[in-house]
Design a protein around this ligand. Structure first.
Ligand SMILES: Cc1ncc(COP(=O)(O)O)c(C=O)c1O
Length: 396
């Protein structure tokens, strides 16, 4: 067996199952889950129509590189959204969602045989970053996000010796679970460090279209272009339809950026066997070419967050995030006790923050926080928030 498998950590939801073992949720309340970050808004009709209109595609193997029309649709979206001029042939590649792409990109980029092979992960973080790093034979180095700085990742805390052995870093903007968007000066710092040490920046941007401020989140490639880095050297952005178009089951996204990395990634993917079905490609073209359903989807989140956040802010340390669809709330005291007792008394599931982060250099930056995914309908999220208010009041 691959020895790296034994280094994998249990997934947060496995740990949640263990935490909840033996807990009897109060039967007076129907269950509400704010646990899983799975979009629940309706799938747009233009996507389902494109899927059914293109079923003939099931009879042929798709090419790993994708159809030119899909890559052009993606390049068109990058132009409209970020003002970027990318070459659809050399700088874009379809992927079956960002999850598999984050994993596969790590295997493509990281040389685990080099002594001290290191990959930087924000802390808290999306657990695939860690698993991908470990299975590539490298060590993750966890960089804490700072609640005092709108949860910005504290890159300055990374010692020079660690930067020197870093081969790749994960950036998640907008962040899961914090919702924080990375500003241009932070990008500039990371590009300079990348130039100095030669590491690749994997920029996970799957929440880029769900935001609460007027200005859309800055993308990694947009930041590079603003700084004159038009070849996107050592940068790969990963973008997904799952959240943008509420189609997590379609498994569709793309990577874009440095053509030299895209080329090697295509080679890797040819053997990995992760080509996108042409049926899904057709539906993806329809989705990337339409912005109206994205605006409507974003408005649903905006209305929901505008209603739910103030209710919770009355009793928890929480505020409207920059973007994404989570509230990352301070609960005073143990996050695991909070989650367990909330389920027992009010039948609401939230995810303990410590399960989304690692203890590193003496502390776990997720401890004392919970993540609440506001993916269900507004009425259901509001009901959960009201129960949480009662719960918090009953504890003090
Ligand atoms: C931060 C982050 N990245 C990537 C993903 C994967 O999304 P997908 O594979 O659907 O694109 C998720 C899913 O929840 C996520 O939260």
């Amino acid at each position: 067996m691959n020895p790296h498998l034994s280094r994998l950590q249990p997934y947060p939801f496995e740990r949640l199952k263990q935490l909840f073992a033996g807990v009897k949720p109060n039967p007076d309340y129907r269950p509400i889950s704010l646990g899983i970050g799975e979009p629940k808004h309706a799938t747009p009709a233009l996507v389902t129509q494109a899927l059914t209109a293109n079923l003939a595609g099931l009879s042929s193997y798709p090419a790993t590189a994708g159809e030119p029309a899909l890559r052009e649709a993606v390049a068109g979206w990058l132009q409209r959204r970020y003002g970027l001029d990318v070459n659809p042939v050399t700088q874009v590649l379809p992927v079956n969602g960002t999850r598999e792409a984050l994993f596969a990109l790590t295997q493509t980029v990281v040389d685990g045989t080099r002594p001290g092979a290191t990959v930087l992960c924000p802390n808290p973080f999306y657990q695939i970053y860690e698993g991908a790093t470990l299975l590539a034979g490298a060590d993750p180095y966890y960089v804490p996000s700072d609640p005092a700085k709108n949860f910005a990742v504290d890159w300055d805390s990374v010692p020079a010796a660690v930067w020197a052995r870093t081969q790749m870093i994960f950036v998640c903007s907008p962040g899961n679970p914090t919702g924080a968007v990375m500003p241009l000066p932070e990008w500039k710092k990371l590009f300079e460090l990348s130039d100095q040490h030669g590491f690749v920046i994997a920029s996970d941007e799957c929440y880029s279209e769900i935001y609460f401020r007027d200005e859309p989140p800055l993308g990694g490639m947009e930041a590079a272009a603003k700084l004159g880095r038009l070849d996107f050297k050592n940068l790969i952005a990963l973008t997904s339809l799952s959240k943008r178009s509420s189609v997590p089951g379609m498994r569709s996204g793309f990577v874009a950026g440095d053509a030299a990395i895209v080329k090697q990634f295509l080679l890797y993917r040819t053997y990995h066997g992760s080509a996108m079905s042409t049926v899904v490609q057709a539906a993806s073209i329809a989705a990337w070419n339409d912005e109206q359903h994205v605006i409507e989807n974003r408005n649903l989140y905006r209305e929901k967050f505008a209603q739910v956040t103030p209710v919770l802010a009355a009793v928890l340390d929480v505020k409207l995030p920059d973007a994404a669809f989570y509230l990352w709330a301070g609960v005073k005291g143990s996050d695991t006790d909070f989650a367990r007792d909330l389920l027992a008394l009010y039948n609401v599931t939230v995810l303990p923050g410590s399960y989304l982060a690692r203890q590193a250099r003496g502390f776990n930056p997720g401890a004392g926080r919970v993540r609440m995914a506001l993916v269900a309908e507004t009425a259901e999220c509001l009901e959960a928030a009201q129960r949480i208010v009662q719960f918090v009041k009953s504890r003090t």
